[in-house]
Design a protein. Structure first.
Lengths: 531, 362
């Protein structure tokens, strides 16, 4: 809903207003007998076991196709439609080329994972070639696409580590996984879930933990190191090779969470830094869509040494044919079948379209865009950046802070983010927890956004900060031009009121939502944000 | 159920010493010097900001004191009659007068005000601080006046009125005058349990306290029979003591074989335990400056620490509290050589199966 490029200037900020529809819940739109498509009734009763037969028909809304389309279009219009300028750091927001949707519809819609592999040769070839491409980018020897997201790939690594230790007779003895406070929380979480104890290193003067700190925790209990680099603040650890050497010397594995790969694509290979395994997010770096927690793919790659432990089935090249194979030492499955094949196909198409030169150019653009933003944001009143004393260049993102603005005006980063909604800007990405930087925000432009988009985003931010100094109440009570104004959010804390299904809503509230004042209270969680 | 009511108490002189560089506004002479130097009180303005945020989200009635004690910052409030003396007695009298009429006391001031409020609040009404002082080491303060107002509104609106225990700290002024920064836990108070104000769109709920409690549970489960556990003061350690049958909040206690065996031990008592057999020491972190030893737990003396050794000290703290300590942790055992031995990297338990490495300075 961002204004067209030609009209973007501070003087035109005031023109925006989000559409607002008095949109009922979809169940309230239901009218008995309405249909989108009418299917023939089956001639015979389906042969189902008694236990599996429904006693009553499901309570689904009955509506026409265009009613349904209009309903969801209205909802998307009331949540910025995910088409605004969204510089959402650590997420590498990219346009998802529509040709990917078409490719997966045309080529995958009629396939089933239980088909004989002989009839899935095209898909298996895509998996094999894409694994080769990612091996070229990372230096690893094999990729597997089973994990349903980045955290799932981190979990895959924790499980691979377990199997590797088991094979060496060290399981139980090596029970600690080392990570850093600026590594994505999925690394410690999945290490814990796989039964390891987690040792988290703190940041020091250089913006990352010192070698001495790392040495203080390494020993006979060390199973693995799990880190991302550059970290969440966009700082690249210059000692990373030494880190890997020390962990290997102690007898542990090294896993590189490549969530922040965008700024270093084709510029470094995890394996050449010494890492044993790494992970790419196809739904971030590789142009496949993401949203709502899936479907996503965490592509997990590893060295020859770890390959036997990978989750199966692996695609194996056999002359000009491909087959699926489960290794004897495989950890089993982390997800059904071969993972989210449509996402793999879309990412493959994206990477083929980009080519090696395209990826390199994209990486350079990401760093250029970020450093441009860093410079401009540094000129905005009251905005500072993390580790101001660290002068190494930031990679694809930088963590900034509104701490001074908050101290001067009382307007917090959340207030400012809400006010930016009034200009069609999606919520800012703040920081993972705990917050090491007060009132943090972490924009990332990647290679997609034009200079005009980035300028518009920063212009809006600067205008809102000015407004915070001149008229803080306007900022604190934002949004004013969004379809829904500030939520108190207390309904989300109250089990007696929240409802995530229509059945739960009727049980807890008794009456349809249209009988209530929608403005006052929204009983359905809208997004994750509350104020 | 009657409608919830908010009490508002403003210390009009809070923070007046700050801009004048006076390290606090505790004594009358300092206040006079600050006013003479042209300092303007800001507490009323900050209280008004908190009340504006409160009013946006709540229509609860408000009880406060006359003039600068609250009425100046809050429109349409019930005024408790009180003759203003211009001393800490105002805060104490106002709190005492309103404590059985309100469901939450929102006070505006600093650590000194917090101590006065807590001392007069015999009924144990939950309290929440609007930051306006020079020193604000206690966990009772919101980060901004607006957050205090929003927090108060959210607390009064929540049917369960959820609370947590929070430490009230203050700096020892006599020690500071001698050049030593020394935050002490004075007492604890009930404060609204607020969601870490306004979570970002990608973050989950705050489960740090639950994580720490689970770490304590595991610690108790893995305690070795026959070993004496010397347990320090503070709310985190009180939760550990609760799991062992209950101990003191501000004292150093000892446990053996799953039960508390000694309460409020002094230095000699602890040293006797340490010479008698195997000992481990469990500690929390005193907020603000991040002292591990030497603040509020001086009962654990240098002799004991030397005997027990660094490796037998187990520390528990939430990641958020560690994140707020820019210079890491520090120790002040009273002996420089021992401090140096305790310096270096230390692993702090932050959850079950989770430890964070923090640098300990001396």
């Amino acid at each position: 809903m961002t204004a067209p490029i030609s009209r973007r200037s501070t003087s035109r900020f005031e023109g925006y207003h989000a559409p607002r529809w008095a949109e009922p819940v979809v169940h309230e739109l239901s009218k008995a007998g309405r249909r989108g498509l009418v299917f023939d009734c089956p001639k015979t009763e389906p042969n189902l076991p008694e236990m599996a037969r429904r006693q009553t028909a499901p309570d689904l809304p009955e509506m026409t196709e265009h009613d349904a389309l209009r309903h969801y279009l209205h909802l998307s219009q009331m949540c910025l439609g995910m088409m605004g300028v969204s510089l959402f750091g650590t997420c590498t927001m990219k346009y998802n080329p529509r040709i990917g949707e078409r490719a997966s519809l045309e080529h995958l819609a009629h396939l089933h994972p239980l088909q004989h592999p002989d009839t899935l040769q095209g898909l298996l070839e895509v998996y094999a070639i894409f694994s080769d491409m990612l091996c070229e980018l990372s230096g690893m020897d094999q990729f597997v696409f089973q994990a349903g997201g980045g955290a799932d790939a981190a979990y895959t690594h924790a499980c691979v580590t377990r199997e590797w230790l088991k094979a060496r007779g060290e399981l139980g003895q090596r029970d600690q996984i080392v990570t850093t406070i600026q590594t994505h929380p999925c690394s410690p979480a999945t290490a814990n879930a796989a039964g390891f104890e987690v040792i988290t290193l703190s940041l020091e003067e250089g913006g990352y933990p010192s070698l001495d700190q790392l040495k203080s925790v390494l020993g006979p209990r060390t199973a693995a190191l799990m880190v991302n680099n550059p970290d969440d603040m966009g700082i690249y650890n210059p000692d990373i090779k030494e880190w890997v050497r020390l962990v290997h010397e102690a007898g542990g594995l090294c896993f590189y969470d490549h969530a922040n790969f965008n700024g270093v694509m084709t510029r470094l290979r995890a394996r050449e830094l010494g890492f044993d395994a790494c992970m790419f997010m196809l739904h971030k770096t590789f142009g496949a869509p993401k949203g709502g927690g899936g479907p996503a793919v965490g592509a997990y790659g590893c060295s020859e040494e770890l390959k036997p432990f990978l989750p199966g089935p692996l695609v194996v090249r056999d002359g000009d044919r491909f087959r699926l194979e489960d290794g004897e030492q495989s950890l089993g499955r982390v997800r059904e079948f071969m993972g989210n094949a449509p996402q793999v196909l879309k990412a493959y198409a994206w990477a083929r379209g980009m080519g090696a030169e395209g990826l390199r150019e994209a990486a350079d653009l990401s760093v250029l865009a970020n450093n441009y933003m860093d410079k401009r944001l540094g000129e905005v009143r009251g905005v500072s950046r993390s580790n101001p004393d660290v002068d190494v260049p930031r990679m694809e993102m930088t963590r900034h802070s509104f701490e001074q603005v908050t101290a001067d005006t009382g307007c917090t980063v959340v207030d400012i983010s809400m006010r930016m909604t009034d200009y069609g800007i999606d919520a800012l990405w703040l920081s993972h927890e705990p917050w090491l930087v007060a009132e943090p925000f972490t924009p990332e432009a990647g290679e997609l956004w034009s200079k005009e988009d980035i300028d518009y985003w920063i212009d809006v931010l600067a205008a809102v900060v000015d407004e915070a100094y001149e008229s803080p109440e306007t900022v604190k009570s934002a949004p004013h031009k969004a379809p829904i104004h500030q939520l108190k959010g207390d309904a989300l804390e109250d089990p007696a009121r929240w409802a995530t299904t229509w059945a739960a809503y009727l049980r807890k509230h008794g009456a349809p939502v249209s009988d209530r004042e929608r403005d006052q209270e929204t009983p359905f969680p809208i997004g994750g944000q509350s104020a | 159920m009657t409608r919830p009511r908010l009490g508002l108490v403003v210390n009009p002189l809070a923070g007046i010493g700050g801009p004048a560089g006076l390290n606090g506004s505790d004594d009358a002479a300092a206040i006079q010097r600050a006013i003479a130097a042209g300092a303007r009180p800001q507490a009323t303005e900050r209280a008004a900001r908190a009340m504006a945020a409160f009013r946006r989200e709540s229509d609860a009635s408000v009880v406060t004191g006359p003039g600068a004690l609250g009425a100046d910052a809050a429109n349409c409030a019930d005024i408790v009659p009180h003759f203003i003396t211009g001393t800490a007695e105002d805060t104490r009298a106002l709190v005492a007068a309103m404590q059985d009429r309100v469901d939450l006391i929102l006070f505006c001031g600093g650590d000194g005000t917090a101590r006065d409020v807590a001392a007069a609040n015999q009924a144990g009404v939950p309290i929440l601080g609007v930051p306006a002082g020079v020193k604000m080491h206690s966990g009772i303060f919101s980060r901004t006046p607006e957050r205090a107002g929003q927090g108060a509104a959210a607390f009064l609106a929540a049917p369960q009125h959820p609370t947590e225990l929070v430490e009230i700290l203050d700096i020892d002024e006599a020690a500071r005058a001698r050049g030593r920064l020394s935050a002490e836990v004075h007492t604890v108070a009930r404060a609204p349990l607020l969601q870490t104000a306004l979570q970002g769109p990608k973050s989950a709920g705050n489960s740090a306290v639950g994580d720490l409690d689970a770490a304590l549970a595991r610690y108790v489960a893995e305690m070795q029979p026959g070993v004496t556990y010397v347990i320090g003061p503070g709310t985190t350690m009180a939760a550990l003591k609760d799991r062992l049958g209950g101990g003191t909040l501000l004292g150093v206690d000892a446990a053996r074989n799953g039960r508390i065996v000694g309460r409020n031990l002094d230095r000699a008592g602890i040293e006797t335990l340490a010479t008698a057999g195997a000992v481990r020491i469990a500690l929390g972190v005193v907020g603000g400056q991040g002292f591990l030893l030497g603040r509020g737990n001086q009962q654990i003396g240098p002799a004991t620490l030397r005997r027990v050794g660094r490796d037998a000290i187990d520390v528990f703290c939430t990641p958020a509290k560690l994140a707020a300590l820019p210079r890491g942790l520090c120790v002040d055992t009273g002996e420089a050589a021992l401090d140096a031995e305790f310096a270096g990297y230390m692993q702090i338990a932050t959850g079950p199966g989770r430890r964070q490495v923090v640098r300990v300075g001396s």
